[in-house]
Design a protein around this ligand. Structure first.
Ligand code: TYD
Ligand code: MG
Length: 423
């Protein structure tokens, strides 16, 4: 079924640009450029459309990155199956056999009779097949398995990944094919492979999630056609990835009774507020350099917060190891986590649980001041909806009296005030 011919596809590496082959090299005034709004294709999966900024854009290139086994191929098969209903789709897999893909499609009960499969790892041959098929959607799973004949290095090497992707991107742009590239993240966190591709694709989506938890978050960290940091939330089930359209309370670990070191915060990643539990363990250190370990938060930020706690709260942690974990494997990129982290540090340090019905958010400044964060009211409302009764929030975020029923708002301006109120 697959032709083994390989048409020479611009094999000069020096000319493998990223965008389409621009035949028209004359400069033009912006006003003269014909305006066309991009065409959006719904993937049939609302959470994915949301991260893409309202659907897939024809001719766009999307990189899907994440740890091995996190669910990239699962998401791709579900998406491609849905899309193959209404358009031509080519799924190129270099990792799994056709049988494996078919078995999964069967198990997920996907309606994918029209989906075209290709097992191939040579970029030249992939492109030659794609030229014949001219699919509207094409996916390469994964970019680390494909190679181009023009380079000697092994598949997966930086040069191969970059050059192979460049050829595929050029094909996609010239033929107005929407292209998905799957990239594995290496364990070191910074991916030798996919990272080098971020600048040549239109959108970059990364999977986040704790292997022990069923929840998977897809975050847009680059998007030429929409907002970045938008999140799509899924749960991995035995029938594949299921959308979680109301994820506001899934990142909590529901304790039987209050435990020290745990604080519920309201984060607003993307366009939805979410309740997230931050856990901290403070323990006596026997190291000259006590440990500062964070999962789901930036480590340098923790070091900075501990310095503020010392200078403006009078509490020293130089002889304590501090471990921070955000429940559920989600990453928090916003500063609203500052105050919750510090209160969780104190709660663990003093072995004093915080009230169960308390939520906290707020940025902590270097001078010990508590700064407001965007969308304060929306965050407080979300917490109230889930039955929380108390909120320690930056003064500038505090709503006018009684605007939120059944919620005691505790506005704070300084770190010392927050400590006094909470612990
Ligand atoms: P996969 O999509 O193959 O990961 P990736 O392509 O990112 O490497 O997902 C593999 C994991 O997902 C595997 O551990 C099994 C699990 N899984 C389910 O739990 N349910 C399912 O329906 C499927 C297809 C996979
Ligand atoms: Mg896979």
């Amino acid at each position: 079924m697959i032709e083994m011919i390989s048409t020479p596809v611009s094999t000069n590496p020096r000319f493998s640009g990223y965008a389409g082959g621009a035949a028209n090299s004359a400069a033009q005034r912006l006003a003269e450029v014909e305006f066309t709004s991009e065409i959006r294709i719904s993937t049939g999966i609302a959470e994915l459309d949301r991260v893409l900024g309202g659907g897939l854009v024809a001719g766009s290139v999307t990189l899907i990155g994440g740890d091995p086994g996190i669910g990239k191929s699962t998401l791709l098969s579900q998406t491609l199956a849905k899309l193959s209903d209404k358009m031509s789709v080519l799924y190129v897999t270099g990792e799994e056999s056709k049988q494996q893909v078919s078995m999964r499609a069967h198990r997920l009960e996907l309606k994918s009779d029209e989906l075209k499969l290709l097992t191939e790892t040579s970029v030249e041959r992939i492109i030659s097949v794609a030229k014949n098929e001219s699919p509207q959607i094409m996916a390469i799973d994964s970019i680390q398995t494909v190679y181009t004949d023009i380079l000697q290095s092994a598949p997966g090497s930086v040069a191969q990944v970059r050059e192979s992707a460049a050829q595929l991107v050029r094909f996609a742009k010239q033929n107005n094919t929407a292209l998905f590239l799957v990239g594995h993240v290496t364990k070191e966190g910074t991916l030798a492979g996919p990272r080098v591709l971020e600048h040549m694709v239109d959108s970059v989506l990364y999977f986040e999630g704790d292997p022990g938890s069923p929840y998977r978050v897809i975050r847009a960290i680059k998007n030429r056609f929409g907002a970045v940091n938008e999140l799509g939330v899924f749960a991995m089930t035995d029938k594949g990835l299921r959308e979680v359209s109301n994820p506001s309370a899934i990142f909590l670990s529901r304790h039987e009774e209050p435990v020290s070191g745990s604080v519920i915060m309201v984060t607003r990643e993307g366009s939805r507020p979410m309740l997230v539990e931050v856990q901290v363990l403070v323990d006596e250190s026997h190291l000259g350099n006590p440990r500062r370990v964070t999962l789901g938060l930036e480590q340098n930020r923790l070091a900075m917060l501990l310095a503020v706690l010392h200078r403006h709260g009078g509490i020293a942690m130089y002889d304590q190891d501090v471990f921070v974990n955000v429940v559920g494997g989600i990453r928090i990129n916003e500063t609203a986590a500052d105050l919750p982290v510090l209160l969780a540090v104190l709660s663990s340090f003093r072995s004093k649980p915080l009230p169960e019905d308390l939520i906290v958010f707020g940025e902590v400044g270097l001078a010990g001041e508590i700064r407001p964060v965007p969308n304060g009211l929306e965050r407080i409302r979300e917490a109230a909806k889930h039955g929380y009764k108390r909120a320690i929030v930056p003064k500038a975020n505090a709503p006018k009296k009684s605007s939120i029923k059944d919620m005691e708002i505790i506005p704070v301006q300084r770190l010392s005030e927050a400590i006094e109120q909470a612990i």
